[in-house]
Design a protein around this ligand. Structure first.
Ligand code: SAH
Length: 272
């Protein structure tokens, strides 16, 4: 057993049940090309490899890479890249490896400390969505973050992350994975989530405006939307606009649905 390192957020998954849930959630097809972030000791990698066309894994820890190369290096459909997933330019690195280019699915038990940035790199942002979206992204993440991703409007977990991610992808909570499913157990429970990138309809006419609107709207917690948006639009005009959209003028950011955010953004004329 390789000793887990804290700095890289290493917790080895050991639960058969959780591994099976991740694999099932990915609906694997023989021609799938997988991207795995943080393969660790390769426990998930080993399950995935026989089921798919190819798998490229990105692992930051050199020692783990050496170990993975020893164990899985001979498999023809496996490619290992050593580096920081957040920093590396995947398409450029894959240029010399046609069989691994354009992975269509992401399947991974990721390091929890960089969950937000990983999701953003995979999906892009409202203003700049990933131009080549994945067919599906199945991740094992911290339960609290999973709950925020799938939150419904007005629920406690609903926040800016909810709106940013749900605008770009349909989010589904597949299963809860208890801390004891890992070695060493993390302090929190985990969950398997599946994100299916989508083009929401109707879309925002000006995605950058929506991006700013969401950022400002969630600015100060538990404040009414019209107070948080004062720098963007006068209170009275916003009140009028909200009434026109049949939204309670006293609404708070976390109570709006994605459709309402889009409608608001599309109706909003910003002084510039
Ligand atoms: N998937 C394995 C390991 C999960 S722990 C399992 O299920 O058991 C998270 C893994 O991500 C570790 O192997 C860690 O070294 C790796 N990791 C951490 N930060 C990373 C980064 N920025 N880029 C790529 N891999 C990273």
């Amino acid at each position: 057993m390789i000793r887990p390192r804290k700095i890289f957020g290493q917790h080895w998954l050991k639960s058969e049940k959780a591994l099976a849930e991740i694999v099932e959630a990915a609906n694997l097809k023989q021609d799938d090309r997988i991207l795995e972030i943080g393969p660790g000791t390769g426990i998930l990698t080993r399950r995935l490899l026989p089921l798919v066309e190819s798998l490229v894994a990105v692992e930051i820890d050199r020692d783990l890479c050496e170990n993975l190369a020893k164990g899985l290096g001979k498999r023809e459909n496996f490619l290992l890249l050593q580096g920081d997933f957040l920093e590396l330019d995947l398409p450029a690195l894959l240029e010399g490896f046609p069989a691994f280019q354009n992975p269509n699915k992401v399947v991974a038990n990721i390091p929890y400390n960089i969950t937000g940035p990983i999701i953003e790199k995979l999906l892009g942002t409202i203003a700049h969505p990933n131009p080549k979206p994945y067919d599906a992204i199945v991740l094992l993440i911290q339960k609290e973050v999973a709950e925020r991703l799938v939150a419904k409007p007005a629920s406690k977990a609903c926040g800016a992350l909810t709106v940013r991610v749900q605008y770009l992808a349909e989010c589904e909570l597949i299963s809860i994975v208890p801390a004891k499913a890992f070695y060493p157990p993390p302090k929190v429970d985990s969950a398997v989530v599946r994100l299916i990138p989508r083009n929401i309809e109707p879309a925002a006419d000006d995605p950058r405006k929506l991006d700013t609107l969401v950022k400002l709207g969630f600015g100060a917690k538990r404040k009414m939307l019209r107070n948080n948006l004062q720098s963007m639009i006068e209170r009275d005009r916003l009140t009028q606009l909200l009434e026109q959209l049949q939204i309670n003028p006293q609404v708070r950011a976390e109570e709006l649905s994605i459709e309402q955010w889009v409608a608001l953004s599309n109706q909003l004329v910003v002084n510039s």
